[in-house]
Design a protein around this ligand. Structure first.
Ligand SMILES: Cc1ncc(COP(=O)(O)O)c(C=O)c1O
Length: 365
């Protein structure tokens, strides 16, 4: 196991592995943050020490993701699941329809919430193939009058990922990026709103990051209750009420770590190398391991695969557990195995998994 190790090879789907350096920094500062004589958790959210952390987290994210001027970065609570409701509450007025690209369970959940609040339609769906693919951007069906188009950029359960994003012109594009935000460079200006629960690539659970274009935000329904309006968070720099200060502090440490790794482009390169190790083990196995996702839809964040039968899968997972691998059982909807290889999962963990897969194949072919 790698030297700067954590105790296990953590492939959890979320909450997930965090960078060791960030955890160690938090540990060192835990009892006395920045000479205040208090833990960061004990500081007022109105104190200058906390506000500095809060603002640094926002600025780091803007810098790392090259977020253009005219966008706000907001910190909310309620997870990505609350965003499923908040987006239509704010942006789906009567008389308009919102389009959803169905690429997995999380898209279905987003659609189901919007359906309670207004008119929705399916712009494309990969359900027929048990979500093993991603629709081509040309397949998306919507018209100029749509309130917005919603996509799930990475499908955590099925292990598929949009490889390129649609150009939606005047139709606002909204994305749930919970499981791949900050994993690769992309053009934020294509999107009116991006949301992500933090607990995969950004930090611990408890905070949801929203990136929203200001002119879009200004079109929101004004009748929505205060805490469910994006404008409330934007107006007071996400300090209208008490934010999840410790989670935001951890996000800041993790963003600093991303920057120290060389930024998002460098992280992306490593993510490609990490996922390739596991996909190679699948592809070279002559069918011993079978990937769930079609090769062109493969996710760099969640690698899903099956073995020939449940007995063999159990044997593989039991052996993996014994050898210190955590989080490898797949979601019940796909079965088999899932390795979540988020930003903070070390290359060495993926190498160890590849070795395990090759050895297990040899012993059980
Ligand atoms: C793509 C995606 N969207 C939404 C969610 C739900 O997030 P939360 O638990 O923050 O509500 C998850 C959780 O795994 C997810 O992977």
């Amino acid at each position: 196991m790698e030297k700067n190790f954590k105790k296990v090879y953590n492939f959890n789907a979320g909450p997930a592995a965090l960078p060791l350096a960030a955890l160690q920094k938090a540990q060192a500062e835990f009892l006395d943050f920045n000479g205040t004589g208090m833990s960061i958790m004990e500081l007022s959210h109105r104190s200058k020490e906390y506000e500095a952390v809060h603002n640094q987290a926002i600025e780091l994210l803007k810098d790392l993701m090259a977020i253009p001027a005219g966008y706000d970065v907001l910190f909310l609570q309620g997870g990505a699941s609350l965003q499923f409701a908040m987006t239509p509450m704010n942006f789906l007025p009567a008389g308009k329809k919102a389009g959803y690209a169905m690429t997995g369970v999380w898209s279905e959940k987003a659609y189901a919430e919007a359906e309670k609040l207004g008119e929705v339609f399916v712009a494309a769906s990969a359900k027929a193939g048990n979500y093993c693919s991603i629709p081509a951007v040309e397949e998306l069906q919507y018209d100029e009058a749509a309130a917005y188009l919603h996509i799930t950029s990475n499908n955590t359960i099925f292990g598929t990922q949009w490889q390129n994003f649609p150009e939606t012109g005047s139709v606002p594009l909204i994305a749930d990026m919970s499981s791949d935000i900050l994993s690769k460079p992309f053009d934020v200006s294509k999107f009116a709103l991006i949301y992500a629960g933090a607990q995969k690539n950004l930090g611990p659970s408890g905070v949801t990051v929203v990136i929203i274009r200001r002119d879009f935000m200004e079109q929101a329904n004004k009748q929505v209750p205060t805490m469910l309006r994006y404008g409330t968070y934007a107006k007071d720099n996400s300090l209208y009420n008490t934010p999840p200060t410790f989670s935001i502090y951890m996000v800041k440490l993790i963003l600093e770590w991303v920057k120290a790794q060389g930024g998002v482009a460098a992280i992306h390169k490593r993510n490609q190398e990490k996922a390739a190790l596991i996909y190679q083990a699948i592809d070279s196995s002559e069918g011993f391991y079978v990937g769930h996702a079609e090769p062109e839809a493969r996710s760099l964040m969640n690698v899903t695969f099956r073995l020939a039968n449940e007995g063999l899968e159990k044997k593989f997972l039991d052996q993996a557990k014994k050898e210190g691998f955590v989080g490898l059982p797949g979601h019940r909807l796909v079965g088999g195995c899932r390795a979540s290889t988020y930003n903070a999962v070390p290359y060495e963990s993926c190498q160890a998994l590849q070795e395990l897969m090759l050895a297990f194949h040899k012993e059980n072919a």
